[in-house]
Write a protein that binds this ligand. Structure first.
Ligand code: BGC
Length: 760
């Protein structure tokens, strides 16, 4: 029976491989024939990606320059053209008015949804719900492709351990294992199993590579890292995307060990293509090719030749390829073969997307009408958002709130439509977003009274506001004085039984070029909290932010805190669902919350030093601080529920394991509280002995389990040799014999522990 099944599976695999081979062969014949007809200029034209001026500008699509360049065959693709009709118009030019009628790629930053906006990616990751994350990407692809697009500049999978860096909002957080799961899921979600279907997008994993390790958390800054650290901790999520078949890769802005990623041959060719077998194309980030001049790599011609020779195929916006590659060919600085290879990869992408067969495959009016911002996808964003909230504190079971009485809803983010979508929602329209005030009204109308007061500005700092408000008013400084606003809020609190305070960051206080050196709540909000505390009313703080915040002070005095990130289109409804108990929160942090700025960078999978400290006890000549403990405020994996989960009885199926064997680790998880709820059971492993120092703990598995009140379940993880492998000092990927600790628990700090030995 087993044998029969195996044979059948094998036959199927052979068939799939054979079909793929014959499709590849067909594609080769097609692209060969096309390239024979192409002039050198037309080939270079394919390597050129332009934007006519950003998704928010209208009418610029057929602006003279872009229009002419398209007609001249000098453009391979566009981004920032939003709207099916516009895309259709431009594609029509490409396929009717150019010599070879080659269709264009249409890309966009579809980062967390398209018009219907899902929670920011850091929030989505906090759900630890991989199928859900995949479905959000599939829903975004469905919607964006119905509006004419065929290429998403996503997923961003940069491992981020420094919350000063604003772009942590766009990724999955600090962990390579979780990050890799998310990366794969998103690529699969966007691309489905067939790129040529009209409801899929080609993915573009970014930013390759190590962009999240920018020194001092300052955007675009340098990274310098050992190969061992790269391979073990930073590269896995990019590799996962490549393994999942991402059609494209975006090079990053930063330099890596001296050479900018966009011109880094080791990165783009040796690692990406030769070691990982990547077959798609590499696009630069926005003018990152030109920026190599500022990195000190010579003039534009030199940088362009360097980038092409390094393995870059498409130049975003900078036109370095367009204006210099022909000259470099004549001067022998690049070869025709290199140009041909890059051009072929772009044409292959277009072929796989089905654009040669039907350039208007993604321009279907009926699909646009039925799929863009439909009720179903809105419903799904609400559902998704509820799963992303992380309950940080809940003294005396203050939450969930009852749907009765008088509730004071206070705070600069409580009724702030323009801040609900979060950063990088370029196609999202905040006018459709639901504020918390609206969500509360929808939930409570006729049942409880809501008194709203803004209470404070997000910040009173007008210079900060000017930096943040580049895409429109996000920090809206009120005409009233801070005192007046606080008085109004205190009066509201005095009339209520409970205060819900919506505090945190404006959406553009995180994201690109939004690095911050102080992540504590702005002074205006701290003053408001202090005034509200004097009323003696219980306070629930709903924290909206694009990154971990420094809230040690508030964690000591505010009885209930829930991190909701920037939740997207259905923000207010989802927040109401959770605050009033229609959904029991289940999110877990994927980035450590530090106690203070000085602890940054802080992450759970750190190494032991030779002088490890004893918990949080200070020890002279130990690796610790004089003025704060080493432990974070809230660790990776942390998140509470309205119910309580207890862990007991961790047992391993054996004490020793050979490489070909497995050990099963089992734990009993019980719901001992008063609500049904979902828990994310986490498995960590520590390799106690190695040829290089190994992290104190590494996430190696997790399972989401739903337990009814009073219910217990046994949860098992199978540990195999694969989970124990790492890159050693010679970059050999293997396990090493010796003792391992196994930890299973509710977060990276609170775990049950076991031990086994790997015998080799
Ligand atoms: C960002 C990329 C983005 C690109 C195009 C750049 O500034 O770094 O993530 O995809 O712009 O909008």
């Amino acid at each position: 029976m087993m044998k029969g099944l195996q044979r059948l599976l094998l036959a199927l695999l052979v068939l799939v491989a054979a079909t793929a081979q014959s499709q590849d062969a067909k594609m080769k014949v097609f692209v060969d024939a096309l390239m024979k007809k192409m002039t050198l200029e037309e080939k270079i034209g394919q390597l050129n990606l332009l934007t006519p001026g950003g998704g928010i500008l209208t009418g610029a699509v057929v602006s003279q320059d872009v229009d002419t360049k398209i007609r001249n065959g000098q453009v391979g693709g566009l981004f920032g053209v939003i709207g099916m009709e516009k895309i259709k118009t431009v594609q029509t030019i490409a396929v009717t008015q150019t010599r070879l009628k080659i269709p264009l790629l249409f890309g966009s930053d579809v980062i967390h949804g398209y018009k219907t906006t899902f929670p920011i990616p850091l929030g989505l990751a906090s759900s630890w719900d991989i199928p859900l994350i995949q479905s959000t990407a599939a829903a975004a692809a469905n919607e964006a492709s119905a509006d004419g697009l065929n290429w998403a500049f996503s997923p961003m999978v940069d491992i981020a351990r420094d919350p000063r860096w604003g772009r942590v909002a766009e990724g999955a957080g600090e962990d390579p294992y979780l990050g890799s799961q998310v990366s794969k899921a998103m690529v699969r979600g966007y691309q489905g199993n067939d790129l040529s279907k009209n409801n899929t997008l080609m993915a573009c994993v970014k930013h390759f590579a190590l962009y999240g390790a920018a020194e001092a958390g300052r955007d675009y800054n340098t990274t310098d890292m050992s190969l061992v650290k790269m391979y073990n901790e930073y590269l896995p999520p990019y590799k996962a995307a490549v393994d999942a078949g991402t059609g494209s890769v975006m090079s990053s802005f930063n330099e890596i060990n001296g050479v900018p990623a966009t011109g880094n041959k080791w990165l783009l060719t040796d690692l990406l293509r030769k070691q990982w077998g990547f077959k798609g194309f590499v696009v630069s980030d926005y003018t990152s090719l030109n920026e190599m001049m500022d990195h000190g790599m010579g003039d534009l011609q030199n940088c362009s030749a360097l980038a092409l020779n390094a393995g870059l195929d498409m130049d975003m916006v900078g036109e370095g390829f367009l204006t210099t590659i022909k000259k470099s060919l004549a001067e022998g600085k690049v070869t025709l073969k290199t140009i041909d290879d890059a051009c072929r990869r772009i044409l292959e992408a277009k072929y796989k997307l089905g654009l040669f067969e039907d350039p208007f495959r993604y321009c279907n009016e009926e699909r646009m009408k039925s799929e863009v911002m439909n009720a179903e996808v809105r419903k799904f964003t609400r559902e998704a958002a509820r799963h992303t909230f992380v309950l940080l504190k809940n003294d005396n079971q203050l939450l969930p709130l009852k749907k009765t009485g008088t509730i004071a809803l206070i705070g600069p983010l409580a009724d702030s439509r323009e801040n609900m979508l979060g950063t990088w929602a370029v196609s999202g329209d905040s006018k459709y977003a639901v504020t918390v005030l609206e969500g509360f009204k929808n939930m409570l109308s006729g049942r409880a009274e809501i008194i709203y007061a803004k209470g404070a500005n997000i910040s009173d700092d007008s210079a900060l506001a000017a930096h943040v408000n580049v895409f429109g008013p996000r920090i809206d400084i009120d005409k009233r004085s801070p005192e007046e606003m606080i008085d109004e809020a205190v009066a509201a609190a005095n009339k209520a039984q409970v205060v819900v305070l919506v505090a945190g960051e404006a959406s553009e206080m995180s994201g690109e070029a939004a690095s911050r050196t102080d992540l504590s709540l702005p002074a205006s909000q701290k003053r408001l909290i202090a005034a509200l505390q004097k009323t003696g009313k219980p306070i629930v703080m709903v924290l909206m932010s694009g990154r971990p915040q420094v809230i040690e002070a508030e964690s000591k005095t505010v009885p209930a805190i829930i991190e909701v990130w920037h939740p997207g289109t259905e923000a207010g409804n989802a927040v109401a669902d959770v605050i009033f108990g229609d959904y029991n929160p289940s999110g877990k942090l994927t980035m450590t919350f530090p106690r203070n700025m000085g602890q940054i960078p802080i992450y759970y999978a750190a190494k032991s030093t030779g002088r490890p400290n004893d918990g949080d006890n200070f020890g002279k000549f130990k690796s610790n601080y004089l003025d704060a403990p080493n432990s974070p405020l809230y660790p990776f994996g942390y998140g509470l529920s309205y119910t309580k989960f207890s862990y007991s009885d961790l047992r391993l199926s054996g004490n020793t394991m050979k490489a070909a064997e497995t050990i099963t680790a089992t734990v009993t998880v019980s719901n001992t509280g008063n609500y049904d709820g979902e828990e994310t059971v986490q498995l960590y492993i520590r390799d106690l002995v190695g040829t290089i120092g190994r992290p104190l703990k590494e996430l190696k598995g997790f399972q989401k389990v739903f337990l009814k009140k009073g219910e217990s379940k046994e949860i098992s993880f199978v540990i195999n040799n694969e989970l124990l492998k790492f890159y050693n000092a010679s970059l050999k990927y293997d396990s090493e014999p010796g003792k391992f600790q196994v930890f299973i628990g509710t977060n990276s700090s609170e775990t049950k522990r076991g031990e086994f030995e790997l015998v080799k």
